[in-house]
Design a protein around this ligand. Structure first.
Ligand code: HEC
Length: 140
């Protein structure tokens, strides 16, 4: 009888362990959400580094400001890395653009302090950079 009780306890323990295991496991969607939550806010990449390749896929025709921003500028301009003016921070962009759009565009093309030339989007045309700046500064 003792033996039977012991076996039932053992089986019950197994069943519970099994139940726990399945509630602990995350679904793919949960894992994806978790990854999203714990990923770094931004990664800084300076000119000359191999930064996993910026990013912009060759497309036919000019890309929209939003597409260029998402592909190449968001890393720094979403959160303001190293003093980068943030997307949608109109006041910050007003100050930048006070010197004129062309001068601001020239700084984006040539680089300015921690801002790498072309924001590392080496295959971005001037028009595409213009569109990205307009998108970031809320001037679309
Ligand atoms: C590695 C980070 C980084 C990336 C990527 C980046 N920027 Fe910047 N950007 C900066 C920083 C930092 C500044 C502020 C520089 C300063 O004033 O010292 C800045 C400033 C600027 C300015 C203002 C220049 C001025 O004259 O005041 C423009 C325009 C700009 N970025 C455009 C872009 C565009 C367009 C992209 C994407 C194609 C981009 N940036 C990608 C970091 C970045």
């Amino acid at each position: 009888m003792k033996m039977l009780q012991a076996m039932m306890l053992f089986v019950a323990t197994l069943v519970m362990a099994q139940a726990n295991a399945s509630t602990d496991a995350l679904t793919d969607a949960q894992t994806e959400k978790l990854r999203e939550r714990i990923k770094p806010v931004a990664e800084v990449c300076v000119q000359g580094d191999d930064c996993g390749g910026p990013v912009v896929v060759v497309a036919s025709g000019p890309r929209s400001g939003e597409a260029v921003y998402n592909a190449a500028c968001t890393t720094c301009h979403a959160v303001g890395v190293a003093g980068a003016p943030k997307k949608g921070d109109v006041a910050a962009w007003d100050k930048r653009l006070a010197k004129g759009f062309d001068a601001t565009l020239a700084n984006a093309i040539n680089g300015l302090n921690a801002m790498p030339a072309k924001g590392l989007c080496m295959d971005c045309s001037d028009d595409e950079l213009t569109a990205a700046i307009k998108f970031m500064s809320g001037r679309e």
